[in-house]
Design a protein around this ligand. Structure first.
Ligand SMILES: C[S@@+](CC[C@H](N)C(=O)[O-])C[C@H]1O[C@@H](n2cnc3c(N)ncnc32)[C@H](O)[C@@H]1O
Length: 352
């Protein structure tokens, strides 16, 4: 078992993230994927004096590590063990909006990958678990041992982009029950053989992890919620590690940067969509060669940034209740988000 206290995770593209978030003294930031707190610590340092950070992680053990690392920022950091899919609720609960920046550094940390018992790695013997949050119900073993063959093949094909998905699913079903990571890796290797440097189980393990943690659905939903929490000119910064995640981020940013999103055949615009984001880096940012060499885990990383735009429908009268303010720079005026506003009102009504 890896000792969590000595476990580390090197934050990926640290200076690029700080630049993309445009971290300023007194700024307010949400780190949705706290991990070991590497990005968070630097955000807090650079936003001092007066900066604040809300850190979220689904993994209670990661939170423990981050808490220790961020001990000296106790006054300015609020750390929450939750799923980032609840971003809006969390921001409301802790009265932490609007914010200057939101960071998502997706996937799993080196600590989780190296930790015995979590089942993320096909190189370590462990039960097939793969949950970020151990309190969640479904594990990888449940999927591997109970899903119908076609559903299993679909997961491996869609989330792993594995062309041999049908054959792998067949072999898994034939070998049931499959109990451990090494057992599963061996079944896959026997089924499709080894080609090149990449282990043949890589794609299937990725697929199972995505399915267990609902990673793609959660990402879609969280990006939409981030728009409601960001203040005017606030930055949304996302690091993804595989093409499925990156596609979701790219398409989301492109869609939100557009005006009309009606199908091209529609004669007159009926969607009324207005751009809510400005894409900052048209070309995706990747780690420098030096970083890729020093931290091989960073090799697949892709960073995208967008900036929240002011939208006509978001503006409000200066004398509205203070809870409606959504301008990070002007405490007496700014923007409001109708959807968020509705939710806040509901939260207050339920609480009273
Ligand atoms: C790549 S690590 C983040 C590392 C962090 N940036 C650092 O510098 O240490 C990703 C973290 O996100 C967490 N995570 C993944 N999906 C999550 C979700 N849906 N909700 C909350 N945390 C999540 C994982 O538990 C993991 O700790």
């Amino acid at each position: 078992m890896v000792n969590r206290r000595s476990a580390t995770h090197t934050p990926v593209m640290l200076s690029e993230v700080l630049r993309a978030l445009d971290v300023q003294p007194g700024g307010r930031y949400i780190d949705c994927t706290l991990g070991a707190g590497g990005h968070a610590a630097s955000i807090l340092e650079h936003s001092s004096p007066g900066g604040q950070l809300l850190g979220i992680d689904a993994d209670p053990l990661a939170l423990e590590v981050a808490k220790e690392r961020l001990l000296s920022f106790k006054e300015s950091a609020k750390l929450v063990n939750d799923n980032f899919v609840n971003l809006q609720q969390i921001a409301i609960k802790y009265d932490f909006f609007p914010v200057h920046g939101i960071l998502l550094d997706l996937g799993l940390s080196s600590m989780q990958l190296g930790e015995a018992g979590r089942g993320f790695s096909f190189q370590r013997h462990a039960p097939l678990d793969m949950r970020f949050n151990p309190n969640q119900k479904t594990t990888a073993a449940d999927i591997v041992n109970t899903y119908a063959e076609t559903r299993l093949a679909d997961i491996i094909r869609t989330y792993g982009e594995e062309p041999m998905a049908n054959r792998i699913a067949r072999s898994i079903v034939d070998a049931r029950p499959v109990e451990s990571t090494l057992e599963l890796a061996e079944i896959i290797e026997k089924t499709i053989g080894r080609r090149g440097k990449i282990h043949p189980a890589t794609k299937t393990f990725q697929a199972l992890r995505i399915a267990v943690n609902h990673e793609l659905e959660n990402l879609e939903s969280t990006l939409r919620q981030a728009l409601e929490i960001l203040g005017y000119q606030g930055k949304l910064v996302v690091i993804s590690y595989h093409s499925l995640e990156d596609r979701i981020v790219k398409q989301f940013m492109q869609r939100e940067a557009k005006g009309c999103i009606c199908p091209p055949t529609t004669p007159v615009c009926v969607c009324g969509h207005t751009p809510r984001l400005k894409i900052i880096n048209r070309k995706v940012v990747i780690p420098t060669e030096i970083e890729q060499r020093e931290n091989p885990r960073s090799r697949s990383a892709k960073l995208r940034t967008a900036e929240r735009l002011a939208v006509q429908a978001d503006t409000y009268a200066v004398n509205d209740d203070s809870v409606l303010f959504n301008s990070v720079d002007n405490p007496r005026g700014g923007l409001r988000r109708p959807v968020l506003l509705q939710k806040i009102k509901m939260a207050f009504l339920t609480a009273s």
